[in-house]
Every structure is written in structure tokens, then in C-alpha cells.
Write a protein that binds this ligand. Structure first.
Ligand code: G6P
Length: 604
């Protein structure tokens, strides 16, 4: 999704902007551009369709300056093209914008009637014209006035060649983070772009503007009220944002899972009382005991992790729990009840559907916990408490380590809620020991990469596949199908094994293989029957199992170490990530940037 970077200071902004934009490439985009104010006060703009490296490669030597702003665009209004790329310029003003201006058509008509000439089809360009036409001495006042006219979401950065001593930023629904340097200031839509430049960051809130000058920053609201912001230290380790020796970020992140899971568990297992210690929940035991339902919301892989979380919570606490896509939840006027605990799950902490669902819940009195990876992100700040995943930066569009860490965080939450209710100390110990075993067991799955690669090569020959699993295995199947779809573009559909005979069995044939999740649990016999049903229709089967079902029932098997039954879904998901990765690799796809997808969807 769109990315913003900005710089003001004594250095030339261009290489810093280009470097920052390259850090944001993982979010997905179709065009890029920069604008800087040159030494003689002239505005220099370069923007084009394509990759950052291409469109900003051959800038002339005189293309230098500060302040500067840069952008990667993901088309919403108007096709990907040079003209629609940001920055957009009106007079001496240049603007980059993330989000959607809903009343753009109306504003465009008004501005055009007033003589404004538009160079693009974008909603964003109206912002440049509104700012350029505002009657104000200061740039921040011009931006503030322009924003009063606008309905919609935005994260913006604005420079004015006539007022080159500052950059103005504003946020409403699209993230903006300020980075504090030594006599220089940075800003971006994502901390990834600030890595290596700033140790301290400040997150803008919705309805806030910021003025950056080389020596510092000020923030205030749309109503002109000054706000106080406390900078936070962020472990912006540059290396964690680099691909290193790995071919793709996705495989790097898959391989980082043992360490990520170990981090998610660090300091959180209480060996004395066999429970979890979760400092950020902001929920005292009495309140936690009063919870009668748990409702989990998230999008994409976060939603599937939420389904695993709901199972874990029901099994360990006997509190009814379910998960729903946040994107659906927010549109159906949900019933919000005070004795329900709501949990929002998000890697980025910026997914617009999830954030607005949280806001809607809170408006109706719901208490929301956040399971979030990015520290200080909008959802993390919006929630009433929560659990940080500590998975480290995740850059591949297809979520792997963050997904796994989400499931681990749910297991911790379920253990905690269980132990203050009916879960026995013995059962608590069993789960805590199971959790401790996860990093080593994930290592053992990763050690089978060569074998999984072979199986994936065979899967890549098909155009369509089924994924089946029962109860605990069903969300695993859904996430497995999602991974395969996202990066290999092979059509994949997940079904509960029990539902196969109620419809999809009609499609079983030699041309459509099935990936079956077959844990050694109380449903093993049922799962084996399902395999038999598929084999009887000459369907090929790849079983992801604890014990090989035998050649009569499966053509291929990937064996996964056994943990406790409740925790098995966490491990069963890992080989499916490798399966999707190697299938996509065999097909030669752009794995870290799959077509049509973005890392975090910060628009409606
Ligand atoms: C996008 C990504 C998915 C991701 C989902 C939720 O759709 O392509 O991979 O699972 O957003 O993202 P979040 O950051 O909220 O976990």
C-alpha cells in the first residue's frame, strides 16, 4: 500500500528519500516519486510508473535539495501512470498522500471552476490545489485550512518551495511517524523507512498535524490546539529490515520463526503457577473472570490466526469464543456487550478495517485487547490493552512469522484466562511445557525444507487444490490455502473435512490434489475416513500429519512433530508456508510482492 517518506536537514534529501522508499517497497506499489526544494528555491519533481529503482535511477546531478518528500503509490483513483504518481504539484506546493479523499470529485469541480488545472486523475491532487490556494501566511495554516474542506482518510506530507524551512504532515486514518535525528528530521508512513536514521519516533494521532524543521517538530490538532508528544525509543535495527543471504523476505521470515516464537514467550511463562504473565492486558483478574464471551476480529492471515485463537480459548477456558473478519464485522452493526472481551489481531496495527472495527466497538462500550506486532501502531494505541507479538519486522506481503506469533500470543492469553478459571495446574503445566517446546519443533520442520520443496514442485503442476482439516485443523487448512493463493496464484479452497461430502466431493478428481491436515488427535479416525473418500475418487493427497497415514491413503506426507493437541495447529501451519513458498518459487513468481496485494491495507 502507499508509502510516504520525508526529510528536512542539511543533507541532500534525494538519496535518503530513495533509500526510505526502497524500505517501503515491501508494502506493494505501482509507481513512485520524489519532490525536493533545490538550493535556489526551485521545486524539483520526478515521478513515474514502475519500481523506485527504475523511476528514480537516472536523476541528474543537479536534482538535489532539502526539504524533500517521496511516495510509493498503490492505485485507487486513476490507473498506475506517470501523471497519477505522487507528488502532486500546484504552484510551489508539492503533496504526497496516502488514503482516500471521498469528496474529491466535488472539490475538483469547484477548484476547476475557479481556474485550477489538473494534471492527474487522482483524488490526492485536490489537496495540492487546496493548499496552494489557501489564504495563509504559514504553510501549516494553509494545510490546516485545506484539510477542513476534505472528507476522507489521509496521511500527507507537504513541502512548499516558497517556504522551504519546513515540512507539514497530517494524519487521519493513514499512519504518519516522525523520526528524530541530529539537527535533522524524518517522517514516514512506516517505521521501516526510518531504520538507521532515527532512534526516537513519534506517532501522529488522527486529526493531528506536525511541522518539521531541522531542529525539531511541533504538533497540533485540526482545531489549532497544540499537542504534547512523547518520543519513544524504537529498536530500529537496520539489519532486521535487510534480506541478508535469503532469497526473499518470505523465506527469511519463515526461518526466523523459532526466534520469533521464543521472543513472544520470553518472560511470559510463569513456572510457579503454570500460567502466563501478560503485563499489558490492563485487565485485572476480577474483570477477566467476568468475561462471558470472546470475540476476535482481524483480516486475512490475522483472521485465520484468530480462528485458531478462538479454538484455544474455548478449549482452555470453556468461554465461548469465535473469530470474524474485521472487514465484515464493522459493516453489520454488531451487538456489543459489556461482558464480551474483544480481541483485535493485526501484524501492522494499521489495517483500516480492523482499526475502524475497534473504534466502533469502543464507541459502543466494548473493551478491546490488541494482539499487534508493530509497537506504537494505530491499533496498538487504540486498544485498551494487549499483547505485543515481538515477531520483529515482517516485510513479505504473505504473513508467516507474525501469523505464528499471533497464534502463540493467543495460546498465552488462553492459558492466562484458563488458569484464573477452571484450568487445573497440571493442565496449565502441560500447555506451558508445550509452548516451550515450540521453537525447537519449528526448527525440526524447517530442517525438512528440501523435502517440502520437492512436494511443492509437484503441487505447482496443478491449477487448483483443496485444503481440508477438521476442527483444530480447519483454520490451518484455511491459512494454508490462503498462502498458496497469495503467492503461487494456484486456486486453493479450504473446507472442513466433514463438509467435503456435502458438496466439494463433486470436484475431487486426479487433476485436483488435496492437502489434508491430519493431526494425531481424537479426530484421527474421522480424518482417515475423509482421505479414503478422496482416494476412492482418484484424488491425489498430500497429508500434513503426525504419523504417516500409509500409501493407501496418501501419495505424499510431510511429518510434523507432535505437541499438545491444543497447540498442534501452530506447528501444522509451518510446513504449509514452505509449501506455498516453494510452489511459487517453482512457478517463478515475485514472492515478496504478489500481484494485486499490499502488505497493509490502510484504506477501506
Ligand atoms: C493484507 C495482507 C495480508 C494480511 C492482512 C492483515 O491483506 O495482504 O497478508 O494478513 O492484510 O494485515 P494485518 O497487518 O492487520 O495483520
Amino acid at each position: 500500500m502507499c508509502g510516504i517518506v520525508a526529510y528536512i536537514g542539511s543533507r541532500d534529501a534525494v538519496p535518503l528519500l530513495v533509500g526510505g522508499l526502497q524500505r517501503l517497497e515491501y508494502r506493494g506499489y505501482d509507481s513512485a516519486g520524489v519532490a525536493v526544494v533545490g538550493r535556489n528555491g526551485e521545486l524539483r519533481v520526478r515521478k513515474a510508473k514502475g519500481r523506485v529503482g527504475q523511476c528514480l535511477a537516472d536523476l541528474p546531478a543537479r536534482f538535489k535539495g532539502s526539504p524533500g518528500i517521496g511516495h510509493t503509490r498503490w492505485a485507487t483513483h486513476g490507473e498506475p501512470s506517470d501523471a497519477n504518481a505522487h507528488p502532486h504539484v500546484a504552484g510551489t506546493v508539492a503533496v504526497v498522500h496516502n488514503g482516500i479523499i471521498e469528496n474529491a470529485d466535488e472539490l475538483r469541480a469547484k477548484l476547476a471552476a475557479d481556474g485550477a488545472v489538473f494534471a492527474s486523475e487522482t483524488d490526492s491532487e485536490v489537496l495540492a490545489h487546496l493548499i496552494a490556494r489557501a489564504q495563509a501566511d504559514e504553510l501549516e495554516e494553509a494545510v490546516r485550512q485545506a484539510l477542513q474542506e476534505v472528507v476522507g482518510t489521509y496521511g500527507i506530507a507537504v513541502v512548499d518551495a516558497a517556504r522551504p524551512d519546513r515540512i507539514v504532515l497530517a494524519r487521519n486514518g493513514s499512519p504518519v511517524v516522525l523520526g528524530i535525528g541530529e539537527r535533522e528530521m524524518f517522517a514516514a508512513s512506516d517505521v521501516a523507512a526510518l531504520a538507521g536514521h532515527a532512534r526516537q519516533v513519534v506517532h501522529l494521532d488522527d486529526g493531528e498535524l506536525a511541522v518539521l524543521e531541522p531542529g525539531g517538530f511541533r504538533t497540533f490538532t485540526l482545531e489549532k490546539r497544540a499537542t504534547t508528544k512523547l518520543p519513544s525509543e524504537v529498536g530500529l535495527d537496520e539489519e532486521s529490515y535487510e534480506r541478508g543471504e535469503h532469497r526473499h523476505f518470505m523465506i527469511k521470515e519463515i526461518r526466523e520463526q523459532p526466534a520469533a516464537v521464543a521472543r513472544a514467550l520470553t518472560g511470559r511463562l510463569d513456572t510457579r503457577f503454570h500460567t502466563a504473565h501478560l503485563g499489558g492486558l490492563n485487565l485485572d483478574p476480577r474483570e477477566a473472570r467476568a468475561v462471558r464471551r470472546v470475540k476476535i476480529i482481524g483480516c486475512g492471515s490475522a483472521y485465520y490466526a484468530g480462528q485458531i485463537g478462538a479454538q484455544l480459548i474455548e478449549e482452555l477456558t470453556r468461554i465461548p469464543a469465535d473469530a470474524e473478519p474485521a472487514s465484515e464485522f464493522r459493516y453489520r452493526n454488531p451487538v456489543v456487550s459489556p461482558d464480551t472481551l474483544y480481541v483485535a489481531v493485526s501484524q501492522s496495527g494499521e489495517t483500516y478495517d480492523t482499526l475502524t472495527a475497534v473504534q466502533e466497538l469502543q464507541r459502543k462500550g466494548g473493551r478491546v485487547l490488541g494482539l499487534v506486532n508493530v509497537v506504537g501502531s494505530a491499533i496498538a494505541r487504540q486498544c485498551d490493552g494487549g499483547i505485543y507479538l515481538h515477531a520483529g519486522p515482517e516485510q513479505s506481503v504473505a504473513s508467516t512469522k507474525a501469523y505464528t506469533s499471533m497464534t502463540v500470543a493467543f495460546a498465552l492469553l488462553a492459558l492466562y484466562l484458563g488458569r484464573i478459571r477452571d484450568l487445573s495446574p497440571d493442565a496449565g503445566r502441560r500447555i506451558a511445557n508445550g509452548l516451550k517446546a515450540l521453537p525447537g519443533q519449528i526448527e525440526r520442520i524447517l530442517a525438512q525444507e528440501d523435502r517440502i520443496k520437492e512436494v511443492a514442485g509437484a503441487l505447482a503442476e496443478y491449477r487448483s487444490a483443496f485444503f481440508v482439516g477438521r476442527v483444530r485443523g480447519y483454520p490451518v487448512a484455511r491459512e494454508g490455502a490462503q498462502k498458496l493463493k497469495e503467492i503461487s496464484y494456484i486456486h486453493a479452497e479450504a473446507y472442513p473435512g466433514s463438509e467435503l461430502k456435502h458438496g466439494p466431493l463433486a470436484l475431487i478428481c486426479p487433476e485436483r490434489p488435496t492437502v489434508a491436515i491430519v493431526p494425531d488427535d481424537e479426530l484421527l479416525a474421522k480424518n482417515l475416513t475423509t482421505l479414503g473418500e478422496i482416494r476412492a475418487r482418484h484424488g491425489r493427497i498430500l497429508a500434513v500429519a503426525h504419523t504417516a497415514p500409509g500409501p493407501a491413503l496418501a501419495d505424499d506426507v510431510i511429518l510434523v512433530p507432535k505437541n499438545e493437541p491444543e497447540l498442534d495447529p501452530i506447528l501444522l501451519s509451518v510446513p504449509l508456508q514452505l509449501l506455498a513458498y516453494h510452489a511459487a518459487l517453482a512457478l517463478g513468481h515475485d514472492i515478496d510482492k504478489p500481484r494485486n496485494l499490499a502488505k497493509s491495507v490502510t484504506v477501506e
